[in-house]
Design a protein around this ligand. Structure first.
Ligand SMILES: *Cc1c(COP(=O)(O)O)cnc(C)c1O
Length: 294
């Protein structure tokens, strides 16, 4: 059966701000699960890969943007566990570090128009309808992914009052919420959408796990929208890296950690609170920022 030895330790980080506000901050290092099948992407792929194995599929067909961490994770997982992989990339032909890695891991890349991309099932049926191919949705969304992400809660060493995660589709958040509900924890989940107007994501999350009591959405930390950044966000990432030894990216985890710090600064949390940030990995995005880091 498809297995990956999970290595995701939790470490406490310190900062004068936390002492001043009387809170403790911890980071769950899902970024250490694997360098390329990183963070939430392994959790999201795990049961899909098992399903592919069970159904004797040999070929994973999936979708993503040109900077998709999911494409890289699927390419690497395919290479590691013996699947052929095809990645449909949204938009015009480009080259970058992420797509280079996909190619190194043997993924066949096909660029398709944004219009065609909207109907992924149709693309799959037209081009890849062979018996041994399996459709894997963009970002690995779906019930299997939610189940995989829910397992994170069972790995925790102690009770946390608050857990933070970044959200693109919200699947990871839905999984964590499921874990919290199943274990009847009092933990509050704080979700930071990385897209503009991200409040729609609450519905997408609650569709999987209807527990609005534990769910808090902070939709004003998108910094202009998906993959958008500001000098302030990059400065925060640099400060965080130089004071903790932990890298964040500007697309996902940088926004999530920024939100947590900002809320701590604004006395959002009671003294004595224990706060856990989920480092969902995905550091490749940083490689596009070389010229912007001051
Ligand atoms: C893909 C990704 C996310 C978003 O996960 P969703 O389940 O789509 O919300 C968050 N963080 C990182 C680092 C990612 O690569």
């Amino acid at each position: 059966m498809i297995q990956l030895q999970i290595h995701s330790p939790i470490e406490e980080i310190s900062n004068p701000l936390f002492e001043e506000k009387g809170v403790r901050l911890y980071v769950k290092r899902d970024d250490q699960i694997h360098p390329f099948i990183s963070g939430n992407k392994w959790r999201k792929l795990k049961y899909l890969l098992r399903e592919a194995e069970k159904r004797k599929k040999k070929h994973l067909v999936t979708f993503g943007g040109a900077y998709s961490n999911h494409l890289v994770a699927t390419a690497c997982a395919g290479a590691k566990f013996g699947f052929r992989t095809t990645g449909f990339v949204r938009g015009e032909v480009v080259t970058n570090h992420s797509l280079m890695l996909c190619k190194l891991f043997g993924m066949e890349l096909q660029f398709i128009s944004r219009e065609a991309y909207r109907d992924k099932k149709a693309v799959f049926d037209m081009l890849e309808a062979s018996e041994d191919a399996m459709f894997v949705d963009e970002g690995g969304a779906g019930q299997e992914a939610v189940q995989g992400c829910s397992e994170l809660i069972g790995e925790l060493d102690q009770k946390y009052d608050h857990i933070f995660c970044a959200a693109g589709t919200g699947t990871t958040a839905a999984g964590i919420l499921k874990g919290i509900s199943q274990d009847h924890l009092k933990t509050q989940l704080h979700v930071v959408p990385v897209l503009k107007n991200g409040s729609f994501i609450a519905n997408d999350i609650l569709k999987y796990q209807n527990d609005s009591v534990s769910l808090n959405l902070h939709s004003c930390y998108h910094f202009g929208g998906y993959a958008k950044t500001t000098p302030e966000l990059l400065a925060f990432i640099k400060d965080f890296a130089s004071s903790t030894g932990i890298l964040l990216d500007q697309v996902y985890t940088g926004k999530m950690a920024y939100a947590a710090f900002d809320l701590i600064r604004n006395d959002y949390f009671m003294r004595g609170s224990k706060i856990l940030l989920i480092h969902t990995g995905g550091l490749l995005g940083l490689l596009s920022q070389a010229e912007k880091i001051a």
